[in-house]
Design a protein around this ligand. Structure first.
Ligand code: ADP
Ligand code: MG
Length: 711
């Protein structure tokens, strides 16, 4: 007998080891689709949970079916015909020994007709309808009767066109089988939650992909089954671990300690301010001063409603940094806002800095090359102690002499990458690498549940008090057809020496249309209010023109400012007492709130008028109504934020922070508050006592995305 000889075949022939690189394997369409859905690693596949389930485990007798049930029956074809009334259709009658049912097909192939010939035994799955006139099913799934019934419910996954359900199902179950799902939660942590230990991750996932038919579907759907609990607990723990880890990593980083000296620059600044600080500003200022004095970099979010006076808090922090011999950079999302900061900070700080031979620098993308070069030199030499600008501040060419503190205004308008870039601007040159302290400011308060989860690695200071002398803004909803009354109101405000904003919505699809809109409104108001100086501010205007328009309004030369949402942030004109927002239903809630914050800054009674218009022939959408209602009912920024979260859900609320980051997919911060509290307790324990498990857990759940949660 011949011995088997192994001849080199295409399969087992060793790969050529020549220098020629191997072409990357070509991906099939479904493979590409998997990748697009982010289903790359085995664990990604295992965590791709079904949208719903179909029950193919049972054969139902027709007599026991109820109208509307999705059932599977086995029956024999007793009659088959193609009918032409009311239109061409195939009608197939089945009898399963208990009752009969007519299958109806409007589209069918000859092969199907053959499959369903009289006498054939079929297994049919579909929704039964009817009753009195007998059962019918439209376009059911049909195959030959017999064969094994599956032991579990059939999962149905969310997918895309290029990825057939059957392919995806196979891939997911294969991923589940291969994935490393060893226990990563330490026993003492498991023991703290009921049933957590008895449902391991593998058990939970296997169950959720292939539930046994006896399970209550409602428990699966409302996510209250213990398998769901396990999954949510895992997810929340991963999130908390990554946040706690970020915090611990920061503890190992070094920043220059910036200690506020007695009689130092910040005290001098306080003495030249035209007002005294509010209690909240004092408290927050102390929190920041304490952070700055530490050798760990500060990572603090200063949240305070529009008009709560965040700028002066930032100025005081800058003064401490400068006094300690370091530079401070302040970055704002738009040029107009940066300009306003520059004007204000220069007014307060320039005279004081001058005495020390220092100054405030201005940096923006639209700057002339020469001016920019001068600024860069000032920044590099350290003569510029405070640098104010747009994102130009973090560009590569900018090299600081000794950056000790970075302030980001309206932080949510910056991308994650920009914040990471800023942190990479190391403080000082040479010696050990040090990070600048980081102060982020936001007028959009973060609701508590979000703060506890997504922002757990941040320290948060809150300005919960407005400066004195503010008058509450009265908010009114006015239908668009009452525009004339609104114009009358503008007239009366102007007669009283007040100023008015009129905001037109930005039309995303068409900047040209958007400009026309604002221009038309401008002309309309000019015609209605002869002799009144009216400015027009539009996002497409050259920066220099924008500045001019803004300056005229600030000085009171123009009395009405028509603008697209460029005035959204930061603008400060205390004499303005009326804000009109056209098509208010198109704005987001926090945007409306920010716009409204532009008035009510002086002592005059102020109002905000929300002009709304339902789309032609329709009604305002549910969420538009909820937004307008919230605006009328409250002016409390925290309440607004809470309602905004309700209306939009955390995904959108988080804005830039979640881009590319792991948002919670399974847990719900409101419903799973208990599990969140558990995860917050468990995370530090895991990190100190079970660091290996913790690392595995983070890697499994977040993969490469953890970085984003730390920015
Ligand atoms: P925001 O928090 O929205 O950035 P700003 O810093 O622009 O608010 O402050 C709004 C206005 O209130 C500015 O004109 C500022 O000078 C003024 N302001 C800030 N703090 C006080 C205070 N303690 N007393 C009086 N006015 C203040
Ligand atoms: Mg501000």
């Amino acid at each position: 007998m011949a011995l088997p000889v192994h001849l080199p075949t295409r399969q087992n022939c060793p790969m050529p080891t020549s220098a020629q690189p191997l072409a990357p394997p070509k991906l099939s369409a479904p493979q590409k689709a998997l990748r697009k859905l982010g289903l790359v690693r085995d664990i990604d596949l295992a965590l791709h949970l079904p949208l719903r389930y179909e029950d193919e485990t049972r054969i139902v007798r027709l007599r026991d079916a109820r109208h509307g049930d999705l059932v599977q029956v086995e029956a024999e074809v007793t009659h088959s015909e193609v009918s032409f009334r009311p239109r061409r259709q195939l009608l197939v009658t089945l009898f399963d020994g208990s009752d009969q049912c007519v299958l109806r097909f409007f589209n069918f192939y000859p092969s199907q007709q053959k499959q369903m010939a009289v006498g054939a035994r079929l297994r049919v799955r579909g929704e039964v309808r009817g009753g009195l006139t007998g059962w019918t099913m439209m376009h059911p799934v049909v195959r030959a009767a017999g064969g094994d019934l599956p032991a579990s419910l059939t999962p149905v996954y969310s997918t895309v066109a290029a990825l057939p359900q059957a392919y995806l199902r196979k891939a997911v179950l294969a991923g589940l089988a291969r994935a490393d799902l060893s226990e990563t939660i330490a026993q003492p942590c498991l023991d703290q939650v009921n049933q957590l230990a008895s449902w391991g991750l593998r058990d939970a996932l296997t169950f959720l992909h292939l539930p046994t038919p006896d399970v209550s579907l409602s428990q699966l759907e409302d996510r209250t089954h213990p398998a769901w609990h396990r999954l949510k607990a895992e997810e929340l723990l991963a999130q908390q671990l990554s946040q706690f880890e970020a915090r611990r990593e920061r503890e190992h980083l070094r920043a220059p300690p910036l200690v506020a000296a007695r009689g130092g620059l910040h005290e001098k600044l306080l003495s030249v301010l035209p007002f005294g600080l509010t209690g909240a500003q004092r408290r927050v200022g102390e929190e920041i001063a304490r952070d700055l004095s530490h050798v760990q970099p500060m990572h603090r979010l200063l949240q305070g409603d529009v008009g709560s006076g965040k700028t002066v808090v930032a100025a005081l922090a800058a003064a401490i940094a400068i006094d300690a011999g370091w530079q401070c950079a302040l970055m704002a999302p738009t040029e107009i806002l940066a300009e306003q900061h520059f004007a204000k900070l220069a007014e307060w700080l320039s005279p004081l800095l001058q005495e020390r031979g220092q100054r405030v620098a201005w940096l923006t993308g639209s700057q002339k090359k020469k001016a920019r070069g001068e600024m860069l030199a000032l920044i590099a030499s350290g003569e510029a102690a405070l640098i104010v600008g747009t994102h130009a501040v973090i560009q590569e060419q900018v090299s600081f002499f000794k950056l000790g503190l970075a302030v980001i205004d309206e932080q949510h308008r910056f991308g994650v990458q920009q914040r990471l870039d800023l942190r990479k601007k190391t403080a000082g040159s040479g010696g050990e690498a040090r990070e600048p302290h980081l102060l982020m400011m936001s007028a959009t308060p973060i609701p508590r549940t979000l703060a506890m989860s997504y922002y757990a690695d941040l320290d948060v200071s809150t300005l919960d008090e407005l400066p004195p002398g503010r008058t509450p803004v009265v908010t009114k909803l006015v239908a668009a057809h009452r525009r004339d009354e609104v114009i009358e109101r503008i007239r009366s405000q102007i007669t009283q020496g007040r100023q008015v904003y009129w905001v037109c919505p930005l039309i995303e699809e068409s900047e040209a249309l958007d400009l026309r809109n604002a221009t038309e409104t401008h002309d309309e108001l000019a015609a209605a209010l002869p002799g009144v100086a009216i400015g027009l501010l539009h996002s497409r205007m050259p920066t220099a023109d924008k500045k001019q328009v803004m300056a005229k309004f600030t000085s009171g030369e123009t009395l009405v400012l028509v603008s697209t949402t460029v005035i959204e942030v930061g603008v400060d004109v205390p004499n303005a007492s009326l804000m009109v927002i056209e098509h208010a239903e198109r704005f987001g809630l926090s945007q409306l709130h920010q716009l409204r914050g532009r008035v009510g800054r002086g002592s005059a009674a102020s109002a905000c008028i929300l002009l709304y218009e339902a789309p032609e022939g329709g009604r305002l959408s549910e969420s538009a109504r909820a937004r307008l209602k919230a605006m009328v009912e409250t002016s409390d920024g925290f309440e607004i934020a809470r309602r905004d979260l309700d209306i939009r859900g955390p995904g959108e609320f988080m804005g830039a922070r979640q881009s590319g980051a792991a948002l919670l997919r399974f847990a719900d911060l409101t419903e799973d508050a208990d599990l969140l509290a558990w995860a917050q307790q468990a995370a530090p324990l895991m990190l100190t006592r079970y660091p290996n498990l913790a690392r595995l857990h983070i890697e499994r759940w977040l993969g490469g995305k953890a970085e984003y949660l730390k920015a």
